[in-house]
Design a protein around this ligand. Structure first.
Ligand code: OSB
Ligand code: MG
Length: 369
């Protein structure tokens, strides 16, 4: 395939409710969508970076800049581009996994649309629908309980609560008392340390029968997570720390986690995400599919990924209406008995709602070879 142009679409989409985590509050998604124009047709990808470098060091203006100045020119200069060859082509640019993942997804989509192959099939999906959980941001307790009640009533198969020091045991206890049987887990987004009060707060979650504690400690603290795993009963799951297959091998060898949240954006693409899945399956590590408040574009890809056999826990792959009043695709994801159907059309299997996209686009930049 020869790339003729890479378009960077900047889009602003308000969330139906603010999403508060230990690293900040998000009320509107400032997205970067990537469209590639090739001699075999077009393809779309979504960059999951946020406006601020709070979840990881990437941020949307930085992703835009590295795509425009370094990644797109490299890929546009290549005589033959394949999704399989893209990682090597982009490797001279260090870091920026979310920017790379967005371009990879656009190339994959173009390639698969041209060959009539669904992304799920390309990645190795073995299911036609995936079990869905929901990640609930931090709210004052009464409001939090109302949100959880509504999500449980919607049929979500697992609830994830965001926690931070001072907002942990009480909220988990309250949700657990109200929903004794719901599958429940927590995500700290690196907010804890191995300091005394912190370890005690995390150990105090033990009685609530949580599936996992996600990323309690700092990104680079693999030994700390291994230590914490010996001091609490709840299984440790890593998100931010797992930036590649190689890091995952180290984390597993150290006993830093028994569960991994897989996000393609964090590891530089869906093909690396599949390799991460394979590594975890080989080592008996449970995996589930994370989310970054994606639009229908990234969501389509996440749902395809989550249909691989190793994804045995419900993902943060919630329905479109949990995030946005109106998505950018013509086929919003709708929950059916706690599950989302894996798209079956070629490529991502969703189509862009052009009118909606135009209404929320703030800027478009085109880079040509
Ligand atoms: O840590 O998993 C996370 C959202 C934004 C950034 C990081 C995280 C999250 C979520 C929500 O927990 C996932 C989703 O529903 O898309
Ligand atoms: Mg997380």
């Amino acid at each position: 395939m020869k790339l003729e142009a890479v378009e960077l679409h900047r889009v602003a989409l308000p969330l139906v409710a603010p999403f508060r985590t230990s690293f900040g509050e998000i009320t509107e998604r400032d997205f970067l969508l990537v469209r590639v124009v090739t001699d075999a047709g077009e393809g779309w990808g979504e960059c999951v970076a946020f406006p601020e470098p709070g979840y990881s060091e990437e941020y949307v203006d930085g992703a835009h800049d590295v795509l425009q100045r370094f990644l797109a020119p490299r890929v546009l200069a290549a005589t033959n581009v394949t999704a399989d060859g893209l990682r090597a082509l982009m490797a001279p640019v260090q870091g920026h996994p979310m920017a790379k993942a967005a371009l990879e997804l656009a190339v994959l989509d173009a390639e698969l649309r041209a060959s009539g192959t669904p992304l799920g099939e390309r990645l190795g999906a073995t299911r036609t629908a995936v079990d869905c959980g929901v990640s609930v941001g931090m709210f004052p307790l009464a409001e939090l309980l109302d949100h959880v009640d509504a999500y449980v009533a919607d049929g979500y198969r697992r609830v994830k609560l965001k926690i931070q020091p001072g907002f942990d045991v009480e909220s988990v206890r309250a949700v657990r008392e109200r929903h004794p049987d719901v599958a429940l887990q927590v995500d700290a987004n690196t907010a804890y340390t191995l300091a005394d009060g912190h370890v005690q707060a995390l150990a105090a979650l033990d009685p609530f029968d949580l599936l996992l504690i996600e990323q309690p400690l700092a990104v680079d603290d693999l030994l700390g997570h291994a230590e914490l795993a010996r001091r609490v009963r709840t299984p440790i799951c890593l998100d931010e720390s797992i930036t590649s297959v190689a890091v995952a091998e180290t984390a597993i060898a150290l006993g830093a986690c028994t569960i991994v949240n897989i996000k393609a954006g964090r590891v530089g693409g869906y093909l690396e995400a599949v390799r991460l899945h394979d590594l975890c399956v080989t080592h008996g590590i449970t995996v589930w599919c994370g989310g970054m408040l994606e639009t229908g574009i990234g969501r389509a890809a996440n749902v395809a990924l989550a249909a691989l056999p190793g994804f045995t826990l419900p993902g943060d792959t919630s329905a479109s209406d949990r995030y946005y009043a109106r998505d950018v695709v013509n086929e919003p994801f709708v929950l059916d008995a706690g599950r989302l159907a894996v798209p079956t059309g070629p490529g991502l299997g969703v189509t862009i709602d052009q009118i909606r996209l135009e209404g929320i686009t703030t800027a478009v930049e085109t880079i040509r070879g």
